[in-house]
Ligand binder design. Sequence first.
Ligand code: UD1
Ligand code: CA
Length: 454
Amino acid sequence: MSDIKLNTIILAGGKGTRMKSDLPKVLHKVYDRCIINYVFDSCKEAGSNEIYVIVGHKAEQIINHMKDTDAIFCIQDKQLGTGHAALQAEKYINDDDYILIVNGDMPLIKSYTIKSFISFMSLGNYDGALVSAVFDKTPAYGRVIRDSHGNLSKIIEQKDCNEDELAVEEVNIGLYCFKGKYLKNAFSKLDNNNAQKEYYITDIPYHIIQEGGKIGVYMIQDASETQGINSRADLSVATKTLLEDTRNLHMESGVTLIDPENTYISIDAKIGKDTVIYPGTNIQGDTIIGEHCVIGPNSNIIASTIGNNVVIETSKVDHSKIGDNCSIGPFANIRPKTKVDNSCKIGRFVETKNTIIGENSNLPHHIYVGDTQIGKNVEIACGVITANMNIKYEKNTTVIKDNAFIGCNSTLVAPVTIGEKAIVAAGSVVTENVSDKGLAIARSRQTNKENYNN
Ligand code: UD1
Ligand code: CA
C-alpha cells in the first residue's frame, strides 16, 4: 500500500435542509466537536495527503471554521448533487492517485475503517470501491444492487427504487475510493435523469463498470459507525453512540464512572487511572486529567490540564491548568488562563481569570482574582477581590508575593503589588504598593458613640 498516493474529497456543500437550521449541517456538533472535524481528522489519520473540502451552502462559515487546518477548499456554486460536488475537485485529480470520496456528514467513521477499506481496494486491485452496510432498520439510503454473481451492478437512491430494489437491505454509506483516471472519465458520463434531478456520485461506480472497470464492495460489520447525519434525530443518535464508545474506552483504561450515562467525555480528552468521575460532568476538548482525581458531580472541564490527586467538586474549569494535589470547589469558576500550582485550595464561590497561583496558596471562599500573579503560600481570606479594571475599561495587574496574607473583604486596586510576607488588614481598600513584611491598614478608624441608642 505504501506506493499508493491517497487524496480525499469531502462533500460538504449541501444545504442540509432536513436539519432545519441556520448553521451549515457539517458545523453542527456531535458533543463538543463539529461533524466536519471528525470526518477530516479520520481521513487525515487514514493517510490522506491532500484533503479537498467541497463547500457551497454557507461556504464562508465552513472555510472560516477550518482555517487552521490544511484543507483545500473547492466551491460548489450551485448544489446540483453529490456527483457535481465531487467534480469541483477535478483539477486536482491525477490519473494514478487513489481518490477517497467521503460524505461530510458521517462523523463516526473511524480512520482504521478507512485504512482497511483502502487496503481492500488495493489488494483486490479494484478500479473503484465503495463501503456498504446493513442496518437493523434499513435507512433511506441508496441501495446496493448486485448481479447474479454477487458483483455490484449499480447503486440506486431510495427515491429511484422500485419495490424489489427497496427490499434490498444492503445500503451505500457514502464512502468511496476510485482510481483518478477512472473517476475523471466517469465524471463526464454523469447525468441528472433521476427523481431528484441531481448529479449523483452514486452513479460513478455504474459508469466505471460500463467502461470495463472493476468495482469492489466492502461490507462493514459495525453499521453504527457509518451513520449519516440528516436530521436532529440522527445527530442525537450519533452523539449517543460516540459518547458511549468514549466512556467505554475510559473505563477500560481504569477510570471509574459512577453513572456512565450521565457523564460526557470528549474523544479528545485523556484521563489517568483511578480517577473517579461523578454524574453530570462534562469533560470537553483536549482536556488532560491525571491519576487519582475525583471530578464532579456537575462539573465542566473544558480544554484544561488537571494534575494528579485533584478534587474538583461542582465547578467549572475552562482553558486552565491545575497542578497536583489541589482542591477546587464546590462552586468555583476557574476562567481561562488560570494556572494553579500544586497543593492549592480554590474553594467555594471563588472566581479566577488570567491568574497565576503559586504552590500551596489558599483561596478558600468568596474571592475574585483577575489578571493577578499570586506567589507561594499566600492566604487570601474571604471576600477579597482584585479590582483589575479601571474606569477606562483597561485591565491592570495585581501582584501578591510569597507568604503574603490578605485579610477578609479587602479590595486590591490594580495596578498594585503586595510584598513578600506582607499583611493587608481586613476591610482594606489597597491602592498603593505594600512593602515586604509590611502591614497595610486602609480603612477608617472605628468610632464608638456611647449611649447612642437610648
Ligand atoms: C447520500 C447518497 C446515498 C447514501 C447516503 C449515505 C447520493 C446521491 N446519495 O445520500 O446513496 O446512502 O448518502 O448517508 O450521494 N453535498 C454536496 N453538494 C450537493 C449535495 C450534497 O456537497 O450538491 C454533500 C452534503 O453536504 C453531504 C453529502 O454531500 O455532506 C451527502 O449529501 P446528502 O444530501 O446528505 O446525501 P444523502 O441523501 O444522505
Ligand atoms: Ca446524508
